[in-house]
Design a protein. Sequence first.
Length: 546
Amino acid sequence: MGIPPSPEISLVLSVRDLVVEVGATRIVNGVSFQVHAGEKVGLVGRNGAGKTTLLRVLGGAKSPKGGVVKRAPATGYLSQDPRQDSVPDDTTVLHHVLAGRGLDELLDEVEKRRIALDELPSDENVHKYSNALERFEHAGGYAAEAEVRKLASGVGLREDRLDLPIGALSGGERRRAELVRILFGGSELLLLDEPTNHLDADARTWILKFLRDYRGALVVVSHDLDLLDEAITRVVYLDREAEEATGTVVEYKGTYSQYLVQRAADEERLGKLATRQDREIARLSQLASSMRGQTAKRAKVAKNLDGRVARIEASKVQAPTKRRSLRLRFPEPPSCGRTVLTATEIWKSFGALDVFSDVSFDVGRGERLLVMGLNGAGKTTLLRVLAGVLEPDLGEVQFGTGVSTGYYAQEHEGIVGGRSLLEHMREVSSLGDGGLRELIGMFGLSGDKAFQDASTLSGGEKTKLALAQLVAGSHNVLLLDEPTNNLDPGSRVATGEALASWPGTMVIVSHDAEFVRALEPDRALLMPDGTLDMFRDEMYELLELA
Ligand SMILES: Nc1ncnc2c1ncn2[C@@H]1O[C@H](COP(=O)(O)OP(=O)(O)OP(=O)(O)O)[C@@H](O)[C@H]1O
Ligand SMILES: [Mg+2]
């Protein structure tokens, strides 16, 4: 007769009385929740709510201020910005991935023995080398390598990247490498922070399917509505509306869409209850006042009423504050010539790799040009060349008269540590501190946030600061590389609308179909060939599929 499994056994994550702080802010104060084997949980909340911070604590990358986190021994954690993880830059990608199953040391041994053998081909060295090989093989090393290559191709990491040192990867590639490592590690519990950021549609589709089929448990932070609807079965909402507020955690069963409906209902119910309580308090207090200072009997009634008021106050619910969605406006672009930009036979390679060759096109005033192509097709490289961050190897880029370009970099490379938000704004505009603070305030970064070290901002807050810099620069040409990554759904819509109604010129890279739809591009530039075409509706499908 078997012993029935204890409920403890199927728990892969258990959090009790958790207190999490960042800077001077208490993100949560005493929350508890559990995740069972196979459960798929979406952790949601506005930009800056503290999701990344909370996930880091769950994954063990940060210690809590109080409370207990118990997690399954095999837990894979993907951070929002792996560039900030402490992995030596000269570790090769393959090595780093194999470390996910502890195979890296065996591989090191093989490499060490091979070098020794090259130097001195003695019998002893031959023997040691073949022993090392055998151990590697025995531990499944060769099979593992094949598996790694398959995973890499799934997430769209080029195979040759596996043999490069980690430091040589772009931010997007680094994320993919990290994903491969975690997927390869084969954990019971995956903690993923915005896993679909920076992925093209192909790789994103692959991840969505992977997560849907995944048998282990999952806690995922994401603003990707498809992911939240397809891959999860429960929502944990980190409710921390105000900057200084301490958050609470509210749990909902079902997908994200179901959660939105339930939350709206919850908020309405709470709002009504709060109004009712307010009215009752006002009514009783007024009655009490009218009874005071008269007969002793009346004074007693008044005191009684005061007691009732106090009791209601004690159990009073907070009406949900409607978070004001961002109201963004980009300033009128300064005037400029009819042709804003001409690229002539530009060519860019890194070492032996031609990213693109012989690309020519021009962009007219007010035009919206969408740059399309798979991961690694050179979209970001092209934008960096147009922005003047990179020199083309051949060819040239010319700008029309009066053109001022603003560049939104995919990886926030313009945001540096040790400088505040305000200092970042001062670099791009002479507007004066009051005006600059108002501008970042428009993006929801208000109050003392202006003085925070910009490198400590959350992913979405960095996006907002970079967008605020663009607005402050009063440009007439914007080069936008995935500007909606990291943004919470409300902010994404607001950004899309603000840009859609802006009459300036835009060159855009984006995999966000909804955002692209709002912008209504005029033409498409297909990379790496540099073929120009009118933008047609079929291309939306391409955007979503390819
Ligand atoms: N060192 C620090 N000093 C002050 N505030 C900080 C510091 N580090 C982080 N913060 C703030 O803590 C808050 C929570 O950040 P976190 O990265 O957890 O947010 P998030 O919910 O993941 O947001 P996003 O959706 O944008 O990724 C943010 O407002 C951030 O600016
Ligand atoms: Mg985050």
